[in-house]
Design a protein around this ligand. Structure first.
Ligand SMILES: Cc1cc2nc3c(=O)[nH]c(=O)nc-3n(C[C@H](O)[C@H](O)[C@H](O)COP(=O)(O)OP(=O)(O)OC[C@H]3O[C@@H](n4cnc5c(N)ncnc54)[C@H](O)[C@@H]3O)c2cc1C
Length: 324
C-alpha cells in the first residue's frame, strides 16, 4: 500500500473541503472494508483518505414524511436492527440480511455499499472496470461465470451492491454533497455503466460525499437473492420488487434485477405484464420469463438466466404473500 494522508473529519464541511477533483488525490473512507483491500492491492492509490465515520449528521435512520431517511454511515447491522426498515421495507431488510459476515455487517456502511467497486476479478487484477487488455475484453474469452448476462456496451462486470437493487425498486433517492453545494439523484441514476477505464460505475464525482438515502413510502415489497453459500460472498442474482396494489390487483410495479449487469436493471417489459392483474404463481412465472428477455449469456454464465427467472417469480410471490 502506498503512503497516504489521513483526514479525520468531524463535520461535513471539513470532509467536503478535504476532497479534491480527482480520485487519485483524495477519496472518502467509511468502514474501509472495500477501499483498504483495493489500496493494499494497488488498484486504488489515493494520496489522501477522508474519514467520514465521525461525522454525526451522516448517521441515523429516521422517519422522513411518509418515508425514511438513512444516513450514509449507517452500518448493515444498524439497518438490520431497525424496526422501521424491517417493517416498512422488507425488501431492503432481506438485502441487508443477505450480508452475513459479522465483520462486514459491523463495519460496512450504506454509502460504502453503494459506492463499492466491482468484484470483477479482472478489475481487481488491475485491468480496469472494463476488464480489457490491449483493447480486448478479458471477460469474453476468460473466466466469466459471475459476470453480466445483461452487459451494457463494453461493461461486463456486475454491480456489486446488495442494497442497490432494493433501493432502486423502492424508488429511493441519494443526496450528494460537495464544497460547492448539493444535489439529489434517483438511486436508479446513481449507477452507470462506464465505457472507459477512466470512468466510474457510479454518478458520484470525486469531490462529492453521498450523505443520505431517502426512501418514499413503499408498496408491497420483497427481495429474493440467490447465493452460492450463506457467508462471505455476493449474490449470484437478486430480484427486488415493489408493487402498488388496489385490492388484489397490481396498479404499478417495479421489478429490478441485481448482479446481472453493470447497473441494477429494471425489467420494464416484465413490469407491464403485471398491471391490472392479481399475482398468481402462473403469472409470476410468466413475469420471470419476461424479465430475462434479451439476456445474453457468456461462455460460463447461462445458469444465471434461470436464476433470474426464478428470483423474479419468488420475489413477486413473497411480496404478495402467496406460497410458491
Ligand atoms: C468478504 C466480503 C463479503 C461481502 N459481501 C457483500 C455482499 O454480499 N453484498 C454487498 O453488497 N457487499 C458485500 N461486501 C462488500 C461490502 O458491503 C462493502 O465492502 C461495504 O459495504 C463497503 O462499505 P464501507 O463503509 O466499508 O466502505 P469503504 O470500503 O470505506 O468504501 C468503499 C468505497 O466507497 C467510497 N465511499 C464510502 N462511503 C462513501 C460516501 N458516503 N460517499 C462517497 N463515497 C463513499 C469509498 O471512497 C470507496 O471507494 C462484502 C465484502 C467482503 C470483504
Amino acid at each position: 500500500m502506498n503512503n497516504f494522508e489521513y483526514v479525520n473529519a468531524t463535520s461535513l464541511k471539513e470532509a467536503a473541503a478535504a476532497l479534491a477533483s480527482s480520485w487519485t488525490d483524495a477519496v472518502v473512507l467509511a468502514g474501509g472494508t472495500d477501499l483498504l483491500g483495493l489500496m493494499k492491492d494497488y488498484v486504488m492509490s489515493p494520496k489522501r483518505l477522508v474519514n467520514i465515520k465521525n461525522i454525526k449528521e451522516l448517521g441515523g435512520i429516521t422517519k422522513s414524511g411518509a418515508g425514511l431517511r438513512i444516513g450514509a454511515t449507517v452500518t448493515f447491522d444498524e439497518l438490520a436492527n431497525s424496526a422501521l426498515v424491517r417493517q416498512g421495507y422488507p425488501s431492503l431488510y432481506a438485502a441487508v440480511m443477505g450480508v452475513t459476515s459479522p465483520q462486514i455487517r459491523n463495519m460496512g456502511t450504506v454509502g460504502g455499499d453503494l459506492c463499492q467497486r466491482p468484484r470483477c476479478w479482472y478489475f481487481r487484477l488491475g485491468h480496469g472496470v472494463l476488464g480489457e487488455k490491449d483493447g480486448k475484453s478479458l471477460v469474453a474469452d476468460g473466466e466469466n461465470k459471475y459476470h453480466a448476462i445483461f452487459p451494457e456496451g463494453r461493461a461486463h462486470f456486475v454491480s456489486a451492491s446488495s442494497l442497490g437493487p432494493a433501493l432502486v425498486a423502492l424508488g429511493a433517492r441519494v443526496k450528494l454533497v460537495s464544497a460547492a453545494g448539493s444535489r439529489e439523484l434517483e438511486a436508479a441514476k446513481f449507477f452507470v455503466a462506464p465505457q472507459s477505464n477512466e470512468a466510474r460505475e457510479i454518478a458520484l464525482l470525486p469531490n462529492e460525499i453521498l450523505t443520505e438515502v431517502v426512501l418514499p413510502a413503499a408498496g408491497k415489497n420483497a427481495t429474493y437473492e440467490v447465493r452460492q453459500k450463506d457467508a462471505l460472498d455476493w449474490p449470484l442474482v437478486t430480484a427486488s420488487v415493489n408493487l402498488t396494489m388496489k385490492g388484489t390487483a397490481v396498479t404499478a410495479a417495479n421489478i429490478v434485477l441485481g448482479h446481472v449487469g453493470p447497473t441494477p436493471r429494471h425489467a420494464a417489459g416484465a413490469e407491464q405484464a403485471l398491471i391490472g392483474k392479481a399475482v398468481t404463481a402462473d403469472l409470476a412465472m410468466a413475469v420471470g420469463e419476461a424479465a430475462v428477455k434479451g439476456a445474453k449469456a457468456l461462455s460460463q454464465n447461462a445458469y444465471k438466466i434461470q436464476l433470474a427467472r426464478v428470483a423474479v417469480k419468488r420475489a413477486l410471490l413473497e411480496a404478495v404473500g402467496v406460497k410458491a
